[in-house]
Structures are given as structure tokens and as C-alpha cells.
Design a protein around this ligand. Structure first.
Ligand code: FAD
Ligand code: SIN
Length: 539
């Protein structure tokens, strides 16, 4: 690989790939680093689709309004308006690179519906939207001569030029120089020079024991930005998807999925949640019943399970014809069949699982952070679109819109004269390896994810959050020692990042003395009208 690029993009999901394509089209030399195989991403798993105003009977105000309602008073309305408005144009670009969204018999987009949406506006490719997007973008990237894509290259940390504030003698990064990354195959750390680093590392679902997210979702970009002194926002708002498949033993893993998702689009087509008494319980919780915003549905299910002592609730779409279900939801149908369930004949056992990180690295709508040269886009970022709860299918939308805007902003940044280029220093490997000590990693990984699930879940209390904070502080110390004494490997790096993520979620949750959107605490059940974003920055 080359030693220097104009731009290094970390991540090969929808955000990183879309941004890289645009930056390369503007003439920039781009490296994409990805820590596993190129298609290993949350994007590849997306089922329901991408929300955009495409139907004549819909309009931008409707989509804005639905997003604001789901966000429970915390969205940045300007961000919502701009992202919603840019959606259709970015969709047309995806179609332009060969993405074939499902269409109806008349050739119009077959728009789906999901929780919180007042209109049909979900563009989808059956129930495998993310896979189709990932494939289309990877094809386009492969055709670009200005993009080098490196698999199994794990970004460790962004490297910055250091400045000292003469007034306070405080050190801080004043601009990006590049980064260090672990070549996972060669087992060595490389230094790459680049004035711009784009974090497109996705979310952090793996910080919870049960999650829909694939293994890559360990919050690396958020932890990197935090370590570089960049503010991180609203991390308490972790979205739990209401309906993931429950299988005996509770694991719910099917064919490589950590927790097999039963898309909200299934409820969009009329599926109903029932408790063990057979009651369709959602009308008791919200006027939109089964299509209420996700935070409300997940909490309702949690409540039904707790009050009845049952391990799951049921999803019922037996009124639909089998052939239609097989055609509309082929992946979900096949996934259920793998565990002996037929969507058209059986009730499907479902439970909530951690799904989406609504908070993240604080950015504007161009992906810019407070650190010159550091940008963030996609699930890693917090632009203000989601507020306290993301509206379904708004994340793929946000990723393509912000990637486009970021490409323009980065181009302008690179065109501005900067001080002399400094090289990223070589990595100092002070450690060796101690196989006996490796058990610490496995143990800490499990302890962290269980503590987050038990103490920082759908319903919280201050006492439980404080308990989690104490556990995480111990883990952080152990992992810090390990990091400085042994050679780095992906398991250690991910654990180091996940502990930071856990600490950020707890810190933000403890700052919020109210219940709003995805943050519900028994100690502060009311909403405080004046409450705004939470923010954490490395002191
Ligand atoms: P990702 O697609 O997660 O990509 C992150 C990339 O960064 C990966 O390539 C990863 O390997 C790489 N990476 C991470 N850390 C490092 C590192 N340290 N070094 C190098 N590389 C790194 N949203 C919707 O809008 N509609 C849906 O229908 C929908 N369905 C979903 C279904 C499931 C099961 C899941 C899990 C999510 C779903 N979402 C959906 C959410 C959506 O898929 C994600 O928010 C979105 O795909 C995130 O895209 P991204 O590009 O930001 O990150
Ligand atoms: C789903 O298909 O239910 C997931 C949609 C999303 O997370 O936006």
C-alpha cells in the first residue's frame, strides 16, 4: 500500500463507500480501510429499506414531521429538513449506479411502510435492501482508479498535530495528520499519512449481549474520536429493535445473524404483536398500535414480558398468503424456516435487541467534527437528525445525504493551504504476547456486554447506571494495562473501544434527568421541556 493519501476512509458500509466514490470523482486519492471482509458491515444486514419522499401523495413536510415526532423533541429541525429534502436526489444516484429497488406491476417504486411513518415511503429491495446497496456501491468502487480498498486493515487511532494552548498549557490535537492501523494478516501496525480521515465505522451494538448488529459494530470510530478530544453526543439513545427472533435458549442466532431481525416492514404489511394470552396489546400503548415509534413498541414488549413473566411475545402475520410472504420477505421467510417456523402458519416468537446507536461523534451536516481534517458520516455520527429516537429507515438516508455533502466540504478543506505536512510517526510496539493472559479479554468482553444488557437496557434506574459505571471503570483499567503491555490485536482493540462506548453511554444516561425517546428511567419518568443534547468530551 501507499504511505500517503489525500483521504483515508475508515469503513466500507454505505457511508464510507458513498463518500469515497464522490471524493474520488472530485479527483482525490482515497484509501478505504476495512477491518474484515469488504461487505462485513451493518449496511449489508439492512432489511426494511431507505426512507425518502418518492410518492405523489407524500411530501417533505410529512417526512419531517414523522422524524420530529419519533425524535421526541430532540431533533435538530434544520438538519431534518435538509436531509429529508436531499433524499430523492441521492436515491436517483443510487439507481444510477445500478441499484434496482423493488417496483410494483406498473413499474413504480414499491414503497413499504414502517413504524412512525404516516405514508408509504420505504424504498426496498425485497427484504435484502442493505445487501443490494452494498453490492452496488462495491461494484462502483471497484471501477474507480482513484480508490484503493484494503481489507483486514484495522484503524487504531487518528494521529493529530499537537498544539499547546499558551494560556492554559493544555495539549490538544489541532488537525489530522493520518492514522495508525493494524494489518491483521501481517500482524504489524502501519502509519498512513492523510490530511483527512473520514470515520464511517458504523454503530456499537456489540456493546450489548443481544444485538442485531454484526461483529464489526464495536463503536471504534466513536471511541477514536473521543480519544482525539472530539465531543460525542447523545449516547444514551440506544435503539432496541422490537422484533428479533427468539429461539429456545434465547440466543436467536440464525445463519450468521447474531439476532435474526424480523423487519418492521412485516408489521408495515399488517403483522400484529400478541402476548401469551393472544391479546393484540399495542392499541393499549399507543394510537398507532403496532406501527407506533420503535421506542414505544420495544418498551411495550418489555413491559408485557415482565408483567407476564414470559420470555418473548408473538408476531402474527398468518392472515397473509404464503406465496406473497415468500416473495415479499424471502430472507425472513427462509430464516424462520431454518428454526422450523412458517411465517404464514406459525406465530413467530420475538424479543427486542440492541439495534442502532442514535448518538455518536458530534458533526454538522457536512460530517465535519471540531477537529480539522476529521469527518464522520453514517451511524458513527450524530448530526441531529435522529434526536432521542431514530425513525425507521432514516439511517441509510442520512448516510447517503451526509456523504455527498461531506465530499464537497472535504474538497474545499483540501484546497485550503495548510501548514507543512508532518508525517505520522512509526508505531512503537512495546509489548509482547502472553497467551495465559488472553483469558482476561474473553472474560472482560462477556462481563461488559452482560453488564450493559442488565444495567443499561430498555428501562433504566440511576442505581443500575451507577452499578454499570463502577463495573466499567474496573474493566477500563484492566484493558488499559493490557493495551500498554501487550501487542495489539483486533480482539484487544475492539474491547478497548467497547469499554469506552459503555462508559460514554452511561455518562450520557446519567446526565439526563428525564425520560425521553429511547432513554427511560424509573427515577425520572417525566420529560423536562428544557432538556437538550447530552455531550461528553475527554477532559
Ligand atoms: P456500517 O455499514 O456498519 O459500516 C461500518 C464499516 O466500518 C464496516 O465496513 C466495518 O468493518 C468498518 N469498521 C469499523 N471499525 C473499523 C476499524 N476500526 N477499522 C477499519 N474498519 C472498521 N437502517 C435503515 O435505514 N434501514 C433499514 O432497513 C435498516 N435495517 C437494519 C437491519 C439490521 C439487522 C441492522 C443491524 C441495521 C439496520 N439498519 C437499517 C441500520 C443501518 O443498516 C446502519 O445504520 C447503516 O448501514 C450504517 O452504515 P455505515 O456505513 O454508517 O456503517
Ligand atoms: C427493519 O427493517 O425493521 C429495520 C429498519 C431500520 O432499522 O431502520
Amino acid at each position: 500500500m501507499k504511505k500517503s493519501y489525500d483521504i483515508v476512509v475508515i469503513g466500507s458500509g454505505i457511508a464510507g463507500l458513498s463518500f469515497a466514490l464522490k471524493a474520488a470523482a472530485a479527483g482525490r486519492r482515497v484509501a478505504i480501510l476495512t477491518k474484515k471482509f469488504r461487505a462485513d458491515s451493518n449496511t449489508n444486514y439492512a432489511q426494511g429499506g431507505l426512507a425518502a419522499v418518492m410518492a405523489a401523495e407524500d411530501n417533505f413536510d410529512n417526512h419531517v414531521q414523522d422524524t420530529l415526532v419519533a425524535g421526541d423533541g430532540l431533533c435538530d429541525e434544520q438538519a431534518v429538513r435538509e436531509i429529508v429534502r436531499d433524499g430523492p436526489e441521492r436515491v436517483r444516484e443510487l439507481v444510477g449506479i445500478g441499484l434496482e429497488f423493488s417496483r410494483d406491476a406498473g413499474g413504480q417504486f414499491d414503497l413499504g411502510r414502517e413504524g412512525g411513518h404516516s405514508h408509504r415511503r420505504i424504498l426496498h429491495v425485497k427484504d435484502m435492501t442493505g445487501k443490494a446497496i452494498e453490492e452496488a456501491l462495491l461494484r462502483a468502487v471497484a471501477e474507480s482508479e482513484r480508490i484503493d480498498l484494503f481489507e483486514h486493515l484495522f484503524a487504531i487511532d487518528v494521529v493529530t498535530a499537537v498544539k499547546v494552548d499558551p494560556a492554559t498549557a493544555v495539549f490538544g490535537g489541532n488537525r489530522v495528520l493520518g492514522l495508525h492501523a493494524l494489518d491483521v494478516i501481517e500482524r504489524k501496525v502501519v502509519a498512513i499519512d492523510a490530511p483527512v480521515v473520514m470515520l464511517a465505522t458504523g454503530g456499537a451494538g456489540q456493546v450489548y449481549l443481544y444485538t442485531t448488529n454484526p461483529e464489526i459494530a464495536t463503536g471504534d470510530g466513536i471511541a477514536m474520536a473521543y480519544r482525539a478530544g472530539v465531543p460525542v453526543r447523545n449516547m444514551e439513545f440506544i435503539q432496541f429493535h422490537p422484533t428479533t427472533l427468539y429461539t429456545s435458549g434465547g440466543a436467536g442466532a440464525v445463519a450468521g445473524w447474531p439476532r435474526f431481525l424480523i423487519s418492521e416492514a412485516v408489521r408495515g404489511e399488517g403483522a400484529i404483536l400478541r402476548n401469551f394470552a393472544g391479546e393484540a396489546f399495542m392499541p393499549r400503548y399507543h394510537a398507532q398500535a403496532d406501527l407506533a415509534p420503535r421506542d414505544i413498541v420495544a418498551r411495550a414488549i418489555d413491559n408485557e414480558m415482565k408483567t407476564s413473566g414470559t420470555p418473548h411475545v408473538w408476531l402474527d402475520i398468518r392472515h397473509k398468503d404464503e406465496a406473497w410472504l415468500r416473495q415479499r420477505f424471502p430472507q425472513i421467510f427462509a430464516g424462520c424456516e431454518k428454526v422450523g417456523l412458517n411465517l404464514a402458519r406459525d406465530l413467530i416468537p420475538v424479543v427486542p435487541a440492541a439495534h442502532y446507536t442514535c448518538g455518536g461523534v458530534a458533526t454538522d451536516l457536512t460530517g465535519a467534527t471540531t477537529l480539522p481534517g476529521l469527518y464522520a458520516c453514517g451511524e458513527v455520527a450524530c448530526t441531529g437528525l435522529h434526536g432521542a429516537n431514530r425513525l425507521a429507515s432514516n439511517s441509510l438516508l442520512e448516510a447517503i445525504v451526509v456523504a455527498h455533502r461531506a465530499s464537497l466540504a472535504v474538497d474545499a478543506y483540501l484546497a485550503t493551504p495548510r501548514e507543512a505536512v508532518l508525517a505520522v510517526p512509526a508505531w512503537q510496539d512495546l509489548g509482547g504476547d502472553d497467551p495465559d493472559e488472553r483469558v482476561v479479554l474473553t472474560h472482560s468482553w462477556e462481563e461488559l456486554r452482560r453488564a450493559m444488557w442488565d444495567y443499561v437496557g430498555i428501562v433504566r434506574t440511576t442505581k443500575r447506571l451507577e452499578r454499570a459505571r463502577a463495573r466499567l471503570a474496573n474493566l477500563a483499567k484492566e484493558i488499559h494495562d493490557y493495551y500498554w503491555h501487550f501487542s495489539v490485536d483486533p480482539q484487544l482493540l475492539e474491547l478497548r473501544n467497547l469499554v469506552v462506548i459503555g462508559e460514554l453511554i452511561v455518562a450520557c444516561a446519567l446526565q439526563r434527568h428525564e425520560s425521553r425517546g429511547l432513554h427511560y428511567t424509573l427515577d425520572h419518568p417525566q420529560k423536562l421541556p428544557a432538556a437538550r443534547d447530552t455531550e461528553v468530551r475527554r477532559g
